[in-house]
Design a binder for this molecule. Structure first.
Ligand code: NAD
Length: 248
């Protein structure tokens, strides 16, 4: 018997990075996994195959989480294929960093639409089926930057802070129906998203982190497994940092 046997999880943006790490850990623990990707059908097919080796049902869907209508269609397709959705992980996200002086309106809008509006789109589309099941766990991937701010990331920080307000509100709205909603605030996690950063800056960050290393996708995935499981059944409305002590 595994921790997540019989569960069905949907993750957005899972063809690489933290999303991919979560998909693998959830599958290892027995959850069936539906996941979305935007532009890499090969990576998605590879992940689907890898997930299936854990003996669970897995399927990738090409879907833009920032598109309201696409989110509705996605949820309908996943419900049709899997029967129900117990857990949603709103993971899809982008950065378009710049100082405010140089930040374009397009880059501000793009980050808010992809990182924040996507969470609204998917959560709104899935809530009806979770209400019917009278259970559910919604896990939103925020960031320590949403808690603390960061120079050069006003758009990203605003989107991630917005996720925290959204998470707490949904926890209040849906708690009486046994639907939980929590946010995870990762610190510096070493993925393709952070691989583009200046190596000297990265070195300084690693040194400043109390645990003296960047995080891995598995570090975040382990908390996702816990929040997806019934072991966290009395936890809702929380923002939990996975940051090696960065915000301490
Ligand atoms: P990543 O760039 O490797 O992965 C992001 C994924 O989201 C990609 O697969 C991408 O295709 C997908 N995506 C982007 N826009 C999408 C859209 N509109 N619809 C569907 N999918 C879309 O980044 P990552 O480091 O794995 O980050 C995953 C999440 O964790 C993001 O929300 C990110 O903001 C957050 N986060 C990352 C870090 C870090 O240090 N890496 C820290 C804090 C928070």
């Amino acid at each position: 018997m595994k921790l997540l046997d019989q569960k069905v999880t949907l993750i957005t943006g899972a063809s690489r990075g933290i999303g991919r790490g979560m998909a693998l850990e959830l599958a290892k623990q027995g959850s069936s996994v539906a996941f979305t990707y935007l532009s890499s059908p090969d990576k998605a097919a590879e992940l689907e195959k890898e997930l299936s080796t854990f003996g669970i049902k897995a399927k990738g869907y090409k879907s833009d989480a920032s598109d309201f209508k696409a989110a509705e269609e996605l949820i309908a397709a996943v419900l049709n294929d899997f029967g129900r959705i117990d857990v949603v992980v709103n993971n899809a996200g982008i950065t378009r960093d710049n100082l405010l002086m140089r930040m374009s309106e397009e880059h501000f809008d793009e980050v808010i639409r992809t990182n924040l509006k996507s969470v609204f789109n998917i959560t709104k589309a899935v809530q009806k089926s979770m209400l019917k099941e009278r259970k559910g766990s919604i896990i939103n991937i925020s960031s320590v930057v949403g808690v603390k701010g960061n120079a050069g990331q006003a758009n990203y920080a605003a989107s991630k802070a917005g996720i925290i307000g959204f998470t707490k509100s949904i926890a209040l709205e849906l708690g009486s129906r046994n639907i939980r909603c929590n946010a995870i605030a990762p610190g510096f996690i070493e993925t393709e998203m952070t691989a583009v950063l200046n190596p000297d800056v990265v070195k300084q960050w690693r040194e400043a982190i109390p645990l003296k290393r960047g995080g891995t996708p598995e570090d975040v995935a382990n908390l996702v497994v816990f929040l997806a499981s019934d072991m966290s059944s009395y936890i809702t409305g929380q923002v939990i940092n996975v940051d090696g002590g960065m915000l301490t």
